[in-house]
Design a protein around this ligand. Structure first.
Ligand SMILES: [Zn+2]
Length: 151
């Protein structure tokens, strides 16, 4: 399959290649990261291949569109740790996990808004459990990182 090229709102070209359900490449310009699409695999279980591909492209694009935001979010947490709240290595790992989980939530919210009414249509007949698992675990990891920072 051809890679999809889309200009992000901050002007850099996003490159997304959904080769199949177990191998994706996505990145900006020449920085393209191959990765196992764990979240897309979980969220699109039981979905038709063409729908899965469309939503997976949107999800990867969601990561890239929200990248400046997640960068500032991470920077803010880093500054907070530096000035206010020294953390252990384990806590730091949990905070990094929480940042990633928050980024997953943002990427999938992007999919939800971009797909609009199609989102529900694509999920017709697809089991709810993977989606419940995704939203709840990502929310818990996000909240845990806040709890560590604010405790
Ligand atoms: Zn993701």
């Amino acid at each position: 399959m051809e890679a999809v090229r889309i200009r992000t709102w901050y002007g850099i070209i996003a490159v997304i290649e959904i080769r199949n359900r177990s191998f994706h490449r996505a990145g900006l310009g020449k920085f393209i990261m191959p990765h196992p699409p764990v979240v897309n695999w979980l969220l699109r279980r039981g979905m038709r291949n063409d729908f899965c591909r469309r939503l997976s492209i949107l999800h990867e694009l969601g990561h890239l569109q929200t990248l400046p935001g997640i960068f500032l979010y991470s920077l803010g947490m880093g500054l907070w740790i530096y000035h206010q709240k020294p953390v252990s290595l384990l806590e730091l790992g949990m905070i990094l996990l929480g940042i990633h989980a928050f980024w997953e939530l943002l990427a999938e919210l992007y999919v939800r808004f971009q797909a609009g009414p199609l989102y529900r249509l694509y999920y017709r007949g697809v089991g709810r459990f993977p989606r419940i698992l995704f939203w709840s675990t990502m929310a818990v990891f996000t909240l845990l990182s806040w709890k560590i920072l604010l405790s």
